[in-house]
Design a protein around this ligand. Structure first.
Ligand SMILES: NC(=O)c1ccc[n+]([C@@H]2O[C@H](COP(=O)([O-])OP(=O)(O)OC[C@H]3O[C@@H](n4cnc5c(N)ncnc54)[C@H](O)[C@@H]3O)[C@@H](O)[C@H]2O)c1
Length: 382
């Protein structure tokens, strides 16, 4: 079958620029799809560095201003892999000229930005998707299947954590390349929008909407030198964030994220306890799903450690032979494969911008509660 080209214009060549470029390059090698991404152009502000990136990954051309990229007639899809303060402006401009838009998480720095993004892509009727890639870890997709099949029964508890330790030093500056996550004007928030957003997206997908939250946040280091101004400035982000939640299905939850958990680099875990069974997943062991079913025969009952590498596991038939693992980068390839399949079928692919807005509604309630000291209601998606 002759494939149809989908011309990509990528913004940002950092961490996510690399995972997305890899996904665009690999997806048609492992998935049989009508569309193929073409690496048409990559954009970032430093002309020399962006040229080097384009040469390394095989992009046809470069731009140093995203406004030029967005209006190029040879680009079908704008992929936003730049810091959070750029998401709304680029997405709105791209959708405004009819481009498809993919955007990294969190959708906006705040709800107002995210709502404008949803409104614009929906008005334009253009394909859109947010890169909440953890949904496409085969073990996490399997967890979704098991829950939807009713194997856990009624859900009582949801427990999620995302722990890191890279900002403990008080000498670490804030702002600029690599450290924009510590600058609240660029990031919007700290670990709430950065790490908890992932935990929340997965939780909403697996366990449905959250009604209310009560939260606490802390900024352990109150002032840091700013890389762009050279001055010591107040730190506006949350370094740690923890909240209790009530889901609409009656289950209770705890969520925690921090960049101050010495020894942990990217420990994302979730556990779900249901009436019949429990599930536990750990990013450091991402190809395994821990499963306990109380209905097993008593003598053999216990936690099973499922190795998610078989052809009948989600996505795995596209890869190697049973027993051989895949990793982090494959989650982006899976998401791109689903997006291209959706394009062929004329169907939206989750999470759309609107679905990603649900996560921003929860992070907004978390930050409101941390400030008010009260339980806060989560705005509902319409
Ligand atoms: N899905 C995930 O698991 C995941 C992981 C990490 C980051 N992210 C998200 O991806 C986005 C980018 O994060 P990152 O870790 O790749 O950051 P990064 O700092 O590694 O890279 C950011 C890139 O954006 C470019 N950039 C900055 N401002 C720009 C502008 N105005 N115009 C064009 N290019 C610009 C920089 O030059 C750099 O190439 C963020 O929104 C972040 O929250 C998601």
């Amino acid at each position: 079958m002759a494939r149809k080209n989908l011309n990509i214009g990528l913004v940002g060549y950092g961490f996510m620029g690399r995972t997305h470029s890899n996904a665009f390059r690999q997806v048609n090698r492992f998935f049989d799809l009508e569309y193929q991404p073409v690496l048409k152009a990559v954009c970032a502000r430093d002309g020399e560095k962006v040229k080097a990136f384009a040469a390394q990954w095989g992009f046809d051309s470069v731009e140093t201003d995203w406004r030029t990229l967005v209006t190029r007639p040879d680009i079908d899809l704008i992929d936003i892999a730049s810091p959070n303060d750029t998401h709304a402006e680029i997405a709105i401009a791209a959708a405004g000229v009819g481009k498809m838009v993919l955007c990294e998480k969190p959708l906006g720095r705040n709800v107002a930005e995210a709502e404008r993004m949803v409104e614009t892509v929906e008005k334009a009727g253009t394909a859109n998707m947010a890169w909440y890639n953890y949904r496409r870890v085969p073990a996490v997709t399997l967890a979704k299947q098991l829950i939807d099949e009713g194997r856990l029964g009624r859900i009582f508890h949801y427990r999620a954590k995302f722990l890191q330790d890279w900002t403990i030093s008080k000498d670490l500056p804030q702002g600029g390349a690599a450290l924009w996550r510590l600058d609240v004007n660029v990031a919007g928030s700290g670990v709430t929008g950065d790490l908890l957003a992932h935990c929340i997206d997965t939780a909403l997908w697996l366990n449905g909407p959250i009604d209310q939250v009560t939260a606490m946040t802390e900024t352990f280091i109150k002032e840091r030198k700013h890389n762009l101004t050279g001055k010591v400035e107040k730190v506006g982000i949350d370094d740690a964030s923890a909240f209790l939640a009530r889901f609409s299905n009656g289950s209770l939850a705890t969520f925690e994220a921090t960049r101050y958990a010495r020894g942990h680099k990217a420990l994302y875990t979730f556990e779900i306890n249901g009436e019949h069974a429990s599930i536990l997943w750990d990013l450091h062991d991402l190809h395994r799903l821990q499963f306990f079913d109380h209905r097993d025969e008593g003598r053999l009952r216990g936690w099973r450690s499922l190795h998610i590498t078989d052809g009948d596991h989600p996505y795995m038939k596209h890869w190697w032979v049973p027993g051989l693992q895949i990793g982090y980068e494959h989650t982006f390839i899976h998401q791109m494969a689903d997006f291209l399949q959706g394009l062929s079928e004329g169907k939206p692919v989750a999470p759309s911008f609107r679905e990603a807005l649900a996560t921003d509604y929860v992070t907004d309630a978390v930050l409101r509660s941390a400030a008010s000291g009260r339980w806060e209601h989560v705005k509902k998606l319409v």
